[in-house]
Write a protein that binds this ligand. Sequence first.
Ligand SMILES: Nc1ncnc2c1ncn2[C@@H]1O[C@H](COP(=O)(O)OP(=O)(O)O)[C@@H](O)[C@H]1O
Ligand SMILES: [Mg+2]
Length: 264
Amino acid sequence: MIILKLGGSVITRKEATEPTLEPVNLDRIAREIARAKPDKLIIIHGAGSFGHLHARKYEIGSPIHTKGELQEKRMGFALTQNSVKDLNHSVCHYLLEYGIPALAVPPSSFIITHNKRIKSANLEIIEKYLEMGLVPVLHGDVVPDTQKSIQMAVVSGDQLVNYLSLQLKPERIILGSDVDGIYDRDPKKHTHAQLLEVVKSLEDLQFLEGAQTVDVTGGMAGKLKELLELAGKGIESELINAGCEGLLERTLKGEKVRGTLISK
Ligand SMILES: Nc1ncnc2c1ncn2[C@@H]1O[C@H](COP(=O)(O)OP(=O)(O)O)[C@@H](O)[C@H]1O
Ligand SMILES: [Mg+2]
């Protein structure tokens, strides 16, 4: 089994002021997955501009003090879910176009967090779909939270990668983002940033404070923390550039490509 995460930065225009798809990338990525024909596959995609605009506007995950705030956040929760569902629909649509039996599995319908960390999720349905030869497609989403003060949370695609990988023990975990891998500092801000072939700790990076983007779930820093937690438990993952033609297909086929290995 392979768990593949598609970054919101690749399949959406993340900096856009309204939810905007990146259809050229999405079409190519679906084609590459179809060509590689992985045996058992779970796809998790980020929410990109379909999620963070709403989540930020309504401050999903921040403390609720009054009834009025609760009312507003409740509406925001539903609007965010509706928006990421739109993106998920498009992702599944492109996959289906290339003959991949993609099946939407929205986290908001089966995951509960406590203090923003996944506390319970019934993965039986995902295992069943895999057995049936279907490709479950999950995504960054909003979920109910049992911490009374917040009541709702955003669960990132990266946290889903962490949780599902621990539970389902896939042979490979591949994350496709819009950069060639993890660098010693943000490659978009520093022209001399060095690509790291292997990352074993946050200390491998020079400037972690630079690892923030418009991403409400922590950008590269948030991603790396999830992956290092996995690595600490002996589960390796690979980060590659899914915005670069052919890399995803080659890595899915088992070829070694440019990227970063996150390991113990
Ligand atoms: N040290 C770093 N190495 C790689 N990318 C970094 C680093 N620090 C910050 N970034 C930024 O993180 C972004 C990827 O994170 P994010 O936007 O959350 O991607 P995704 O949508 O794949 O989750 C890159 O576009 C890059 O600008
Ligand atoms: Mg991200």
